[in-house]
Each structure stands twice: as C-alpha cells, then as structure tokens.
Ligand binder design. Structure first.
Ligand SMILES: C[S@@+](CC[C@H](N)C(=O)[O-])C[C@H]1O[C@@H](n2cnc3c(N)ncnc32)[C@H](O)[C@@H]1O
Length: 258
C-alpha cells in the first residue's frame, strides 16, 4: 500500500484545531463502520482521522472496497493519544470523523413528498437513545423514507448516531410535532389494535410507535387512521420499541415494498 506522506502525522495540530472548530455543528462518526456507512450514503465529511491509517484502509479493502478510495482521500493519521482526546471513548477501530448534518429543509422536503415508495417511521416521544439509534438503522436497512421523532429526544444526539451506525445519512431523520407529521395514512401500533397480519401496509404509510414508558400519546392516537397490533400472547404486556418497528417494517416489506 502506498500511503501519501501528506496524510501522515505531520499537520495534526491544524487538524485538531479544525476538528474542534467543526465539532459543535457536525455529527461525530465513531468508528470505521459509522464512517463507512456515512460515506456510502453521501455524507459530507470534512475531517476524518485514524490512529492507524494503514489498518483502517486494510479494513476497507476487506469489508468495504466500494468506499476505500473515498476513505483513502479522507483519512489522516494522528497519534493514538490525539485520536483518544478527540472522542468520548476510543473505538476498537480507532477511526473517527465529523460529518455535516443534512439540512432540516432538505429532510422536510423528502418527508413531505406524497408519491412515497416507502413508509415513514414515527417514534412518538421515545425516551431511550439506543432504541432510537436501532430504529434508524432498521429504517435504513428497509429503505424507509425517514424516521420522525416527536417529543424532546434529539434524534441526532451523539448516542443515537452511535446506535445508528452512521445510517442517519441513509434516511431522513427529523424531530417534528404530531401536528406536523408527513402526509399519508397513519398506522399506529398498539397492543389493543387490529391484528397487523390481516392488513397490507401501503408504501406511503406513516408507521407510528409509542413511547417505551407510556405507549402512544393521546395526540398521536387522535391522528391515527388505523390501530394495529403485533401478534403476542396474552400474558406478555408489550414488545421492545425497536423490535416492534422491525416486525412492522418486515411486514410492510412482504407486501412488495422493498
Ligand atoms: C415498549 S412499548 C410501550 C409499552 C407501554 N408501557 C404501553 O403502555 O404501551 C413501545 C411501543 O412498541 C409498540 N408495541 C409494543 N408491543 C406491541 C404489540 N404487541 N402490538 C403493537 N405494538 C406494540 C407500540 O407502538 C408501543 O407503544
């Protein structure tokens, strides 16, 4: 491998300055896989570092040859201690980057389109950052149009981005009020609803899921066109939020969606 000298440790002081300047407005991509996904889905990455650039590029060759040229252009090697000082806790791949958050206007435009080919997932007042990240990863995997959260949780919180493995860039992720939800029939998931298995979910569906603590809000219930349940034996109270989203997106995909 022929690593250009310009990407070596020299100049890392400038890079650290640039990192700190950008960190307030950009999204942290923590680890090789987050950077790989973000690059693959078109994220703008102004700065990317690796404690061992050669090892990171070897990983790219093995696991993601499609993004290797982009990573070769992006990654700058920094000393291990410099890398460790840039991130909250070091990742096993010792790779980190900052990505520009997509504009809210662009996301809202994507969410507002009426001829959608895949659903929008709505998390109504979610509380758990890990769940939100897992749902964004699911939405990306199923090619969902977007993930909307209501309530106070920031779906771009660093912990959510970490859980989403860089896949925020593969779908439109925004926080909205219930009154601002995207157009389309709202199918709200609730253990008291009609059995999902008897229903075909359309591609323009808005699939809404309640909070881990209290389920669907009164406001979301009032907005729902259909209340649907997932198969579950009577003694069980409910499923985890992210697994409920997984089952519902899978059911949508069986209808010929993906
Ligand atoms: C952990 S559950 C919420 C439990 C909450 N204690 C409640 O009162 O509903 C989070 C969300 O997952 C979805 N969910 C979980 N189990 C479900 C089921 N059996 N049928 C339909 N939706 C379900 C619902 O949208 C629910 O609001």
């Amino acid at each position: 491998m022929n690593d250009p000298a310009s990407h070596a440790v020299a100049g890392s002081a400038d890079l650290v300055t640039a990192w700190h300047r950008l960190a307030g407005t950009c999204v942290l991509l923590d680890g090789f896989h987050a950077l790989k996904h973000a690059v693959r889905f078109g994220a703008e990455v102004p700065v990317a570092v690796a404690a061992d650039r050669r090892a990171a590029l070897t990983l790219a060759e093995e696991l993601a040859p499609d993004v290797r040229p982009a990573l070769e252009a992006l990654l700058t090697e920094v000393p291990e201690r410099t890398y460790a000082a840039l991130v909250p806790r070091p990742h096993p791949t010792a790779v980190a980057a900052l990505a520009v958050r997509p504009s809210r206007a662009a996301n809202l435009e994507r969410l507002a389109r009426t001829a959608r080919s895949s659903p929008v997932v709505v998390l109504d007042n979610p509380r758990n950052l890990g769940n939100a990240g897992a749902v964004i990863r699911l939405a990306a995997g199923f090619g969902a149009t977007g993930v909307v959260t209501t309530g106070t949780l920031d779906p771009w919180h660093p912990t959510v981005v970490r859980g989403g493995a860089g896949l925020h860039f593969a779908t439109a992720v925004e926080r909205l009020a219930v009154a601002e939800l995207p157009p389309g029939p709202v199918f709200a998931l609730d253990p008291e609803g009609d059995d999902l298995r008897g229903v075909r979910l359309p591609d323009d569906a808005v699939l809404a899921f309640g909070s881990e603590r209290s389920g669907l809000s009164a406001e979301l219930r009032a907005r729902a066109d259909h209340l649907l349940s997932l198969p579950m034996r009577p003694q069980v109270s409910s499923y985890n939020l992210a697994t409920s989203v997984a089952m519902t997106l899978y059911h949508w995909s069986l209808g010929g969606g993906v």
